[in-house]
Structure formats: structure tokens, C-alpha cells
Write a protein that binds this ligand. Structure first.
Ligand code: FE
Length: 225
């Protein structure tokens, strides 16, 4: 298996490349980085078969549309994404094949209503649902702290403790964690009732992301505006 974690500095976004048997998937690609992804794919001898957004992003413009135009790959988002430009919308439990790899979609709403995580063997791509020592904000794009509580405690934290956690962002330089580590040390997960979790998230009062007014409408069109 080929596995790469790539970082986009402007929005502190992680993009993942996974490959097997000559095929590849990109998870959460950033539009400005598309030339770099295409170069890497070619250097590694991989054909991009699928590009996935874990959710409609508010902080960067997606590379999905550009990648589809350049490679003919399938573009994937969750079934609740309000986007009509993706070629495949997945629901909870659906499986995406990439060579010998299997990515299982897990519906994990809360950060946004369309947020999905993807489980691939002993690792999970958590988008902005579970971050390293944090969780994704829930105060816009139909975010819902109660739904996020369910997604965290009833879905992600029920995965085996050793499952590696690969988030959609990190602002402090962390690259990977595990379900067990987050359960033990993530301060947001100390709120173990829905009420306490909701109160904690409502108290955050964060500024809107710089690119939000540009990124959300652009991303609903797969970044091609
Ligand atoms: Fe996000």
C-alpha cells in the first residue's frame, strides 16, 4: 500500500493519497495543490480513480472538479452534501474500492450535516469530525453539536483503540493519533454527556474562516467556478 499525508499551509489542511495495484484515491484535495498531486501520482505510477471530500469545506476550495477534469476520476461526497457536481454520493456503510484497498464510509455528521469519515483497515480518515486533541467546530453549515456527540461517542470511539486517526486539519503540527489516545487525552471528549458536549461547543465563539464566503459556494460546484 502507498500512503501519503500532504499538508496545505494556507488552510492547514491534510490531503491523503492512498494507492494499491496502480490505482489511487485522494482524500480532501485542495484546488491550488492539484498540479503537485498530479505530479506525485505520475511519479508513483498511479492512476487516480477517485477523489473524495469528507464534507463541503468552508476554509479551502476543493480540488475535486479540477482532478475530475484532468484525470476522469470519480468524485465522491456524502449523500447529504448539497452539491450536484459529484459523480458519486455515498451513504453510511458504502465501500469504495481502490486497487486492493477498501474505504468504508461512516456517516459522522456534526461539524457539517454531510460529514463522512472513511475507515480503511486499521486507520480512519476523520475529516473535521475528530481532530487531534480537538473536534471540528459545529457553528455553521448545518453544524450540530448533538449530532457530533453521537458521531464521536457512538461511532468513532467505538472503533478499535489501535485504529490510527488521520484528521482533515491540524493547526499545531500533529500528524496522526489513535482512537485510544484521543479517548484518553482529547480535552473535548471529557464532556461525556450530550448536554455537556453541546454546552462546550456552544461556548466556543470562533471567528468565521477567512475563505468561508468564497469556499462554500465554490465547493458546492466542486471548486470549478
Ligand atoms: Fe471543515
Amino acid at each position: 500500500m502507498i500512503f501519503r499525508q500532504m499538508f496545505e499551509r494556507e488552510s492547514s489542511t491534510y490531503t491523503y493519497l492512498v494507492g494499491s495495484e496502480g490505482e489511487a484515491a485522494l482524500i480532501d484535495p485542495v484546488r491550488e495543490e492539484v498540479p503537485r498531486y498530479l505530479q506525485l501520482l505520475s511519479e508513483l505510477g498511479l492512476r487516480l480513480v477517485v477523489a473524495i471530500d469528507t464534507h463541503v469545506h468552508a476554509d479551502h476550495v476543493t480540488g475535486l472538479g479540477e482532478l475530475r477534469a484532468q484525470t476522469g476520476c470519480v468524485t465522491v461526497m456524502g449523500e447529504r452534501a448539497g452539491s450536484d457536481c459529484v459523480t458519486r454520493k455515498v451513504r453510511d456503510g458504502e465501500v469504495i474500492a481502490v486497487g486492493a484497498l477498501r474505504l468504508t464510509a461512516l456517516a459522522t455528521p456534526g461539524h457539517t450535516d454531510d460529514s463522512m469519515s472513511y475507515l480503511m483497515g486499521d486507520r480512519v480518515f476523520t475529516g473535521d469530525t475528530l481532530l487531534i486533541r480537538s473536534t471540528g467546530r459545529t457553528d455553521f453549515q448545518n453544524g450540530d453539536p448533538e449530532a457530533q456527540y453521537e458521531s464521536l461517542f457512538e461511532r468513532l470511539l467505538r472503533l478499535p483503540e489501535a485504529t490510527a486517526v488521520y484528521p482533515g486539519h491540524d493547526y499545531k503540527g500533529w500528524t496522526v493519533s489513535s482512537i485510544g489516545e484521543e479517548r484518553a487525552h482529547n480535552p473535548r471528549l471529557k464532556a461525556t454527556t450530550p448536554e455537556a458536549y453541546v454546552a462546550q461547543m456552544r461556548a466556543l465563539k470562533l471567528p468565521n474562516p477567512k475563505l468561508m464566503d468564497i469556499a462554500v459556494p465554490a465547493n458546492l460546484a466542486c471548486g470549478r467556478v
